[in-house]
Design a protein around this ligand. Sequence first.
Ligand SMILES: NC(=O)c1ccc[n+]([C@@H]2O[C@H](COP(=O)([O-])OP(=O)(O)OC[C@H]3O[C@@H](n4cnc5c(N)ncnc54)[C@H](OP(=O)(O)O)[C@@H]3O)[C@@H](O)[C@H]2O)c1
Length: 256
Amino acid sequence: MGDDPSRRREELDALRTGIELGMTLIDTAEMYGDGRSESLVGEAIAGRREEVFLVSKVLPSNASRKGTVRACEASLERMRTDRVDLYLLHWSGSYPLEETVRGFEDLLAAGKIRAWGVSNLDPEEMKKLVALPGGMACATDQVLYNLSSRGIEFDLLPWSRKSGISIMAYSPVEQGRILGNKILKQVAQRRGATPAQVALAWVLRQDGIIAIPKAASAAHVRENRAALELRLGVEDLAELDREFPPPSGPAPLEMI
Ligand SMILES: NC(=O)c1ccc[n+]([C@@H]2O[C@H](COP(=O)([O-])OP(=O)(O)OC[C@H]3O[C@@H](n4cnc5c(N)ncnc54)[C@H](OP(=O)(O)O)[C@@H]3O)[C@@H](O)[C@H]2O)c1
């Protein structure tokens, strides 16, 4: 979002509709549109900063101690705010994690972020992270999770639950690719819902998981908000399990 000037009004409307409906967590990153997504978010939240929970991310190539601080300051400027509620390392790169954690701690001390976390870290990397000094302060691991990418259920999800670290599920409707699935459509029809609502209700069926669908139109935002009222039944879940089987063993963490 924020890339195409001709869509700007519609995207601002989508973000503001979400805030009005109580979908107040907004996820962005310095990488998205090379800063243009953060600028769009800044415009959408102008005058409403207190209502939203802002999440942004530092690129691994910027994630040295000083680079993390500089990247965050640039994000704050683009979003026209003085703090990020949750600041994430987008994925692990060549800087040692302890350096990035030091950068996060500098930002916390300066009041520029309220919490920090990571994204796309697999269970082994997470274990190393929490063993570092200050590593236990990690609030979340943002990872790919949806009906067709269930690998985290085998290891990362049980581990993060035990460790008190939330999971943010990105691409919860698989970027729209699963929405034409026959079984998903059948379940949706039976429940008087749409495939997107079933896919989101499925991600949200368990505690400790946050879903961050991207929706660039107010109509999609409204549809997604209504997924919060949908509770899938045992029969729905069994049918979805047959079509989208849970993992039977460990697998490398999937990324988009
Ligand atoms: N940490 C990471 O590495 C990482 C990677 C990828 C994504 N993310 C985050 O996760 C967010 C979502 O991921 P994503 O954009 O990859 O995938 P997604 O949310 O699964 O899918 C977005 C696509 O689904 C469509 N859509 C949304 N609601 C719909 C509905 N109710 N009915 C039909 N289509 C619908 C959107 O269309 P419209 O745009 O037309 O509404 C868009 O094309 C991103 O915005 C980003 O913040 C993080």
